[in-house]
Write a protein that binds this ligand. Sequence first.
Ligand code: ADE
Ligand code: ZN
Length: 334
Amino acid sequence: MTVSAEFLAALPKSELHLHIEGTLEPELRFELAERNGIELEYATPEEVRASYQFHDLGSFLASYYAGMEVLRTEPDFYDLARTYFERVAAQNLAYVEIFFDPQAHTARGVPFDVVIRGLRRAQQDAENRLGIRSALIMCFLRDFQAEFAMATLVASLPYREWITGVGLDSDERGNPPSKFAAVFARARQEGYRLTMHCDVDQDGSIEHIRQVLHEIGVERIDHGTNVLEDESLVQELIDRSIGLTSCPISNRWVSDGTKAAEIAELLRRGVKITINSDDPAYFGGYVQENLAVLAEEAGLTETDLIQLQRNAVDIAWAPPQVKDDLRARLDVLD
Ligand code: ADE
Ligand code: ZN
């Protein structure tokens, strides 16, 4: 290994691509099922893990949505996020921007305010007890109608102060960014920051990247490493300081490898690329494990890893004083 385990563990980390529902470990799934009187189709957490045999985005998403049925009440969402924060505190996580999928809950009858109040309470506790600062990004599900996304955007407005930005996730096939142009235009008007998933190696990945840059006007792209297929778009990312939130271990499940070589190339060329965990309970790696896998496969140095963290701070949607503090914690490592 090119980077020591001690260095990796001590590195102050920021994560910008983390689906909170994707942190639901099988143990907590069983606990919440019991709390809510739900019978699971598995006997043990090991059986649940053994069922994770994803070969593409669609097969992962089927498991991901099925897992959520145990999330019903405000304390369930609180415990989901609390468990995540406690786990990553041990990885020296300093800052995280958390995606949540309200439509995956409201569509099954769980009110929006139940979801967001539970997450918000866990965020406040994490800041006070663990020193982890965080922000929320509300994702729309792209395989639902744009009208449902618009209604969800309107439903979010009373909680505007708690939500930093909006994103777009779920099944990309047949659901291009342009489908949500009006929703994202309204979100911008309301003061939300904008990002969207352009998952790796999807049908039309490069066209979707073009759309998010030219039709939607995002500030960041989640995944997006297929940008390497179009040199002019790579240059545009560099010129406009548009960041990519890449997720190496997740890439392995959704496509054919971690894309470590592509990530390293984008890093070297000065694209503001960052390393993240996506859905760690499903893909089997939190932020530190993702950094370790990437460092090993791409032969990264400690300096590279510090640069990846600086990129994350640069493109984070945190207040200036939080960014200054995060930068100061990296500066002492040089
Ligand atoms: N929802 C949760 N994780 C996702 C991913 N990696 N891509 C698209 N939608 C998601
Ligand atoms: Zn994602």
